[in-house]
Design a protein around this ligand. Structure first.
Ligand SMILES: Nc1ncnc2c1ncn2[C@@H]1O[C@H](COP(=O)(O)OP(=O)(O)OP(=O)(O)O)[C@@H](O)[C@H]1O
Length: 247
């Protein structure tokens, strides 16, 4: 698996939201996509899914366009973007992740059910499979979204703020799961505002603010100026302190 982003620019509502973005993510890498609110992180993930037209540049996933590679990409949106009052159970919600494989208006086959069994098992939701999704806690909902993304047995997993609002135990379950997935060869690109956790769990960090400000292993991103530039602030004690960046 190899994701390659070459100098992409994306316009939304007549405004250039991303420009000249270069990024690669290889198999078994977990890359953290870091940046302030409005930096274009979600826009980049949506571009990788082929949901937004590029103004310029190119994205290739194993040599294919995002639209062609769609069935091999798992996507976990931010929790509030999912319709939780839809009257379905956990299993049915996870199965919606396989729509691309099943085909519209077709019934799931044996392989689809097996993939869902495995996905629910991996996020420890097997016992809650028949629970209506509207009755779930925030942490359980997050695990439903991860199961739904795993339903395609993805080579590339895109996670939009997967740890926001989760208790420590759920964070640990997901951290361990993502580690196992990368060990199995899955490539992970994850947005997060939890900088210390990202520095801990990711093999590389990509600092984004409309374009890539810096990209490298956490240990190599020790220069405070890089972080201040990425976050568009002149000086932020708290930011540098939370990162343990030397000044
Ligand atoms: N549909 C849209 N039309 C016009 N502008 C948009 C649209 N969606 C997002 N934007 C703008 O694009 C910019 C990037 O938004 P995006 O959601 O990608 O940022 P983000 O880095 O994910 O932010 P956050 O950390 O707050 O989730 C923002 O300025 C936002 O207002």
């Amino acid at each position: 698996m190899s994701l390659q982003v070459d100098a992409i620019s994306v316009e939304l509502g007549g405004r250039l939201v991303l420009h000249d973005v270069d990024l690669t993510v290889d198999a078994s890498e977990q890359v953290g996509l870091i940046g302030p609110n409005g930096a274009g992180k979600t826009t980049l993930l949506r571009s990788l899914l082929g949901l937004l037209p590029l103004r310029s540049g190119a994205i290739t996933i194993n040599g294919r366009t995002p639209a062609e590679a769609r069935g091999t990409i798992g996507y976990v949106p931010q929790r509030h973007e999912f319709v939780w009052d839809y009257p379905v159970d956990v299993r049915t919600a996870a199965m919606t992740g396989r729509t691309h494989h099943i085909g519209w208006l077709r019934r799931p086959r044996k392989a689809d059910h097996a993939a869902i069994d495995q996905a629910l098992e991996r996020v420890d939701l097997t016992d809650l499979a028949r629970r209506p999704i509207g009755e779930l806690s925030g942490g359980q909902r997050q695990r439903v979204l991860v199961a739904r993304a795993l339903a395609v047995q993805p080579k590339l997993l895109l996670l939009d703020e997967p740890f926001t609002g989760l208790d420590v135990l759920t964070q640990e379950i997901l951290t361990r799961l993502f580690k196992n997935l990368t060990a199995e060869g899955t490539a992970i690109l994850m947005t997060t505002h939890d900088l210390p956790a990202a520095a801990d769990t990711c093999s590389r960090l990509c600092l984004l603010n409309e374009t890539v400000v810096a990209d490298g292993p956490p240990d190599e991103l020790r220069d405070p100026a890089v972080w201040l530039r990425a976050f568009g602030v002149a000086r932020s004690e708290q930011l540098l302190h939370s990162l343990g960046v030397t000044r």
